[in-house]
Design a protein around this ligand. Structure first.
Ligand SMILES: *Cc1c(COP(=O)(O)O)cnc(C)c1O
Length: 366
């Protein structure tokens, strides 16, 4: 295969316009050309996060963005409530624990979401500095009900900060950050934003900024106050991934041309097609009905087929890369990313290829 089709839940395919932008000549990151670029990106991403807060750009993968969210708001001894629905929820909580937080967990079994009522009950038992939630849990293909969770967090006495991992949702799933009072939002370039890995985008509420100024956790590269101080000048405190920012600019152009509402509707439509197609082929979905992520689908395999057989056959014979499970779900499921630069034809080809791969595997077994 000369060209692989990447259908993992990040990194995602790059549109030709983005690939071209990535190869633009370098410019100084202390120049007017760069200032215009950074200002423009900030203003254009805000509506897709539902915020009027400044969007900050960190040269880091999504995990770097999560670490920035934690180390600017959480310090040793803080009580934190983790609403963990899988591998990425555990990662977010693990970062908080590493910074010395006392982490309480409300966990859901794979495919389920955390119930807002249970969150309210837990919040009434103690005072928490923050609640951590994953928007789209990429390990199970579940979309957590951020609106409901935000409501109970807002109603809690001693209202904690609400920190959201929106790495695999934002850019494809709308969020009303300001209306819902979400305090820290994190996303990353290589998921729905159609840009290579390496950029994390972070936005903070006024309350989160206030907390950051008093937070004693050590931080240097990820000190968001430094990023905020540089932003009005159209600069970043350290040398940024200039090419990635050009790529993101091109990607935003495509999203704006399509219209953000159409982008989100396309993701819903394609996700439904992937789920229906997989069920028809004998898979069963990990996500509970009504909580399916529009960007990633996880599924248990039909009887007699192993996850590694399917992923290997798809790559070898059809040039398509999909992902397996993580942690406890390793070897038990497949995961498909359908976010960013993807259309109807890609889904048709994907489902046909999976059907053919299943037939090939069963033939080999017989
Ligand atoms: C991809 C992803 C991350 C970040 O992973 P990196 O490899 O550090 O970019 C974090 N959270 C979720 C939900 C993700 O899907």
């Amino acid at each position: 295969m000369d060209q692989l089709e990447v259908r993992v839940p990040g990194p995602t395919p790059l549109p030709p316009q983005v690939r071209q932008a990535l190869s633009r000549p370098m410019v100084s990151h202390r120049s007017q050309a760069f200032r215009d670029l950074l200002h423009g990106l900030d203003l254009r991403i805000r509506p897709m996060l539902g915020t009027q807060q400044e969007v900050l750009f960190l040269t880091a993968s999504g995990t770097g963005g999560l670490e920035a969210a934690i180390c600017n708001t959480i310090e040793a001894g803080d009580r934190v409530l983790s609403l963990s629905t899988g591998y990425f929820g555990e990662r977010f909580a693990g970062i908080a624990a590493r910074y010395g937080a006392k982490v309480d967990y409300l966990r859901a079994r794979p495919g389920a979401t955390v119930d807002a009522g249970a969150v309210a009950a837990r919040l009434s038992t103690a005072s928490f500095r923050a609640v951590l939630v994953t928007h789209s849990e990429t390990s199970t293909g579940v979309l957590n009900p951020v609106g409901e969770i935000a409501r109970v967090v807002n109603e809690a006495s001693n209202r904690p900060l609400l920190l959201l991992d929106g790495v695999s949702s934002l850019g494809a799933v709308p969020l009303a950050m300001d209306t819902l009072n979400v305090d820290v939002v994190v996303t990353a370039s290589q998921k729905a934003w159609m840009t290579p890995p390496g950029l994390a985008m972070v936005a903070l509420s006024d309350r989160a900024w206030e907390r950051a100024s008093g937070c004693t956790s050590p931080r240097y590269y990820f000190d968001l106050a430094a990023a905020r101080d540089s932003a009005p000048r159209g600069e970043t405190p350290w040398t940024p991934g200039v090419s990635l920012l050009y790529g993101l600019e091109a990607a935003l152009g495509l999203m704006e041309a399509e219209g953000f509402e159409r982008v989100t509707a396309r993701h819903l439509r394609l996700a439904a097609r992937v789920r229906e197609g997989l069920v028809q082929l004998g898979f069963s979905l990990v996500a509970a009905p009504g909580f399916e992520s529009p960007t990633v689908t996880a599924a248990y395999l039909p009887a007699g087929v192993e996850a590694h057989q399917l992923t290997a056959c798809l790559e070898r014979d059809f040039g398509i890369q999909i992902a397996g499970g993580q942690a406890d779900l390793k070897g038990r499921i497949i995961r498909i990313g359908h976010m960013g630069y993807i259309g109807e034809d890609n889904v048709t080809n994907l489902l046909r290829s999976i059907e053919s791969a299943l037939a090939l595997i069963r033939e080999e077994v017989r």
